[in-house]
Design a protein around this ligand. Structure first.
Ligand SMILES: [Zn+2]
Length: 322
């Protein structure tokens, strides 16, 4: 929040502040999804299944590569917390922080759901969003954020001293545990920062704190995703309801969410540009793959005189065979 100014203001403070801002991750050269053919494909969808997410609870569901899944508002304004895992490796999951760094704080049609390191590939693309009209409001708020992590019982305990068991974090643990037959201790570390479906959020203009306001979602609205690999998704109907007042309690009015999964046999998808897992390969200590018991070389006095790049040249080699 930086409310205090304990340090001395330098004489050139204004000049330092006036340097131009630069986009950290320009998207000009980012591989883009084929939105033209996605639009053609989604014009001819066949529903395969549907799942109701009860209020203050979560469910997991599988989505096959090449299928679409849609999260619908049905009975009333309701926020959902979404987790996405690769079905074949649960440690590869949605990376909210990197997705935010690439696409911005709030997502909509055409943005991709990037996965964690080392895979870092699109797990899904947002193919349609009925709330894309919202844009940015006068408070700087928008919909579908990737900044809010998820409501959780630890922060609730810290701030309110209560033990609340239906936070999205806890709901997602129970849902993943049941879906994948994992005990809670194994499921909890796999639950990750979410995409806040339908939630309207931003940062206050004075203190830059995370705020929420009543979601503009209404029954009939939906956000839709195109799965770019086989997925397990977890969705929690947040105990905050429309998140207009508070979460992490039973005080808000809550509604269910509807998940629908669709297939499209449209040939437009035949050449969709699926991205492979990242082709980056680490620098590894020489021989590390063959000599796992070999102790990590210590940096000797001789090495300590070398520059970091010289150390890399001397002790490491590129490994392209992983
Ligand atoms: Zn929540």
């Amino acid at each position: 929040m930086k409310k205090q100014n304990l340090s001395n203001i330098p004489a050139d403070a204004a000049a330092r502040r006036e340097v131009p801002a630069v986009i950290c991750y320009p998207t000009t050269d980012l591989p883009h999804p084929d939105m033209v053919n996605l639009a053609r494909a989604r014009a001819n969808l066949t529903k395969i299944s549907e799942t109701i997410i009860p209020p203050r609870d979560a469910c997991c569901f599988d989505v096959q590569k090449g299928h679409f899944f849609r999260i619908n508002s049905i009975d009333g304004p309701q926020v959902g917390d979404l987790n996405i895992w690769s079905k074949t490796n649960l440690t590869e999951h949605f990376y909210a922080g990197k997705t935010r760094a690439i696409h911005g704080t709030h997502l909509s049609t055409g943005d991709r759901i990037w996965s964690s390191f080392p895979a870092m590939r699109p797990l899904a693309t947002i193919s349609y969003d009925t709330l894309d009209w919202y844009g940015w409001d006068d408070d700087g708020g928008s919909v579908h954020d990737v900044i809010g992590t998820r409501c959780d019982p630890y922060t609730a305990k810290l701030l309110n001293g209560v033990d609340y068991h239906h936070c999205c974090h806890s709901n997602l643990i129970r849902a993943l545990s049941a879906h994948c037959q994992l005990d809670f201790a194994k499921a909890e570390p796999l639950v990750h920062d979410v995409l806040n479906i339908f939630m309207c959020t931003g940062f206050t203009k004075d203190t830059h704190q995370y705020f929420m306001k009543a979601s503009p979602v209404r029954p009939g609205d939906f956000i839709e995703f195109f799965a770019e690999t086989d997925l397990i998704c977890g969705l929690s109907a947040c105990p905050g309801g429309d998140c207009s007042s508070e979460h992490s309690s039973d005080s808000a009015v809550c509604f269910p969410l509807l998940v629908e999964i669709f297939n499209s046999d449209n040939a437009a998808l035949d050449n969709f540009p699926y991205l492979p897992k990242s082709q980056y390969r680490h620098l590894r200590p020489e021989g590390s793959k063959l000599n796992k018991n070999k102790a990590t070389p210590r940096i000797s006095n001789e090495h300590s005189k070398l520059t970091p790049m010289a150390l890399i040249d001397r002790n490491y080699k590129y490994d392209f065979n992983d």
